[in-house]
Design a protein around this ligand. Structure first.
Ligand code: SF4
Length: 256
């Protein structure tokens, strides 16, 4: 018995290089409803290669919603129409036979297109390099586990640590703001004892780097939270603002 397939019309963003003009190109594909979105693109690329055409460039790695590498805007929504999943976790059974699907890259000043659907998200790495780490020696695993942290605090920190750095929050924001991403990192470290020595310098450095790299300010629309595959709450942005103000007040007091 032949496997049931659905036929889809695709309008996919093709752009040969950074700083060139791109456009949507029409394709059609026939796939199993059980295929993932990325497997559907694999299938399309197999067909293109068989016909000596340039395959569509897109990013993926773990394909389990963990690494944050994949990221497409599908029918106008970062990571597609379903809440709290990454692009790689989206399956074709969520689309109708004959449906037209628009696929484009994350769009933000700080995430320039490299080619087709792949964007350069190294700006996130630079924000992390500015302060999103702990440089104190926390010892081996048993030492770290022997530090008493209340269940409430540990759970809150873990919720923030769930951020996979995918960038959907930036793509969803009309200002291209990275405040949900930075807020998640700052909140996680500010709650834990290991994060205290660099608490003040971390938030100042990460916010300064975020501004320098062209991320916009918070639009207060909550679009970031709505599109985040890990359900990171906008409370992390409120916490980021509090941490930043506190750090600035402390800096002023030291200078005075
Ligand atoms: S906050 Fe959410 S949307 Fe933004 S980078 Fe982290 S996981 Fe992705």
């Amino acid at each position: 018995m032949s496997e049931k397939k659905i036929n889809l019309k695709l309008k996919i963003w093709r752009q040969s290089a950074p700083n060139t003009v791109g456009s949507f190109v029409d394709y059609s594909v026939s796939v199993s409803p059980e295929a993932s979105f990325l497997e559907m693109l694999d299938e399309l690329n197999n067909n293109l290669e068989k016909n000596n055409q340039d395959p569509i460039v897109f990013e993926s790695d773990c394909r389990e919603g963990i690494c944050g590498t994949c990221g497409l805007v599908i029918n106008g929504e970062p990571h597609g129409p379903l809440p709290k999943i990454a692009t790689c976790q989206l399956h074709m059974r969520n689309f109708k036979d004959g449906q037209t699907i628009w696929v484009e890259p994350f769009r933000a000043k700080a995430f320039p297109v490299i080619k087709d659907l792949a964007v350069d998200r190294s700006a996130f790495d630079k924000v992390i390099q500015a302060g999103g780490y702990i440089s104190v020696n926390t010892g081996g695993v048993p030492d770290a586990n022997s530090i008493p942290i209340s269940k409430d605090i540990a759970s809150e920190a873990f919720d923030s640590a769930a951020c996979i750095g995918c960038g959907a929050c930036v793509a969803a924001c009309k200002n291209g703001s990275a405040m949900l991403f930075v807020g998640a990192k700052v909140t996680q470290f500010s709650l834990l004892p290991q994060g205290q020595p660099e608490r003040q310098s971390r938030v100042e450095a990460m916010v300064a780097k975020m501004d320098e790299l062209g991320f916009g300010s918070c639009s207060n629309t909550y679009a970031c939270e709505a599109e985040c595959p890990k359900g990171i709450s906008v409370k992390n942005i409120a916490k980021l603002n509090r941490e930043y103000r506190l750090a600035k007040i402390k800096s002023k007091n030291v200078e005075a």
